[in-house]
Design a binder for this molecule. Structure first.
Ligand code: ZN
Length: 190
């Protein structure tokens, strides 16, 4: 399996609506495996295709060791409201509170093209909404207040030079460091 470079904030593909998947090909299966591999290495709980430079309507999620492949996902029910901290694999080291629906029900296709529904509360609900946003060009910083966004962008400006060509390559050292750091931050990366 291969570690895929992650597109970071500023990359135009993060702002584009994805294209629904019409055929499950071997190439798509390989992409799904590589997305799980990359998400695990980056200590994330979710990863959407645009984050690895792809335009398919596809995301992978793993919350509490429950791997989920979501092809063409749609929110069909939502309820309540909850605020909690989030991080994004495409905007490293920036965290912030986001208000989201407390419970969602999502319909999607699995990696074999079978339709299924999944319901999530807490982190799973948050992650489902964060990834589906990615599939429509929306990022978690879009929910920040004006002031919070300004300070987050100032912090990002100082570190974006770490990502030439707006790509984040994970080295073995990065993977080790991320594993050690993970417990220090409450905001999950997705
Ligand atoms: Zn994200």
């Amino acid at each position: 399996m291969s570690l895929l470079p992650i597109q970071v904030l500023g990359s135009s593909i993060l702002r584009v609506d994805t294209t629904p998947v019409v055929e499950i090909t071997d190439e798509l299966q390989l992409l799904i495996d590589n997305m799980f591999y990359t998400m695990h290495a980056a200590q994330g709980v979710g990863l959407a295709a645009p984050q690895v430079g792809r335009s398919e309507r596809l995301a992978v999620i793993e919350v509490e060791t429950q791997p989920l492949v979501l092809i063409n996902p749609e929110i069909i029910e939502e309820e309540g409201s909850e605020r909690a901290e989030e991080g994004c694999l495409s905007i490293p080291d920036i965290y912030g509170d986001v208000q989201r629906s407390a419970r969602v029900r999502v319909r999607a296709l699995d990696r074999f093209g079978q339709s299924f529904e999944v319901e999530g509360t807490d982190l799973l609900s948050r992650c489902l909404q964060h990834e589906i946003d990615h599939l429509h060009g929306k990022l978690f910083i879009d929910y920040f207040s004006f002031l919070k966004k300004r300070s987050a962008m100032a912090k990002w400006e100082m570190q974006k030079s770490k990502y030439p060509s707006l790509l984040r390559f994970l080295s073995p050292d990065d993977v080790r460091r991320l594993r050690e750091e993970h417990d220090d931050h409450p905001g999950e990366r997705m």
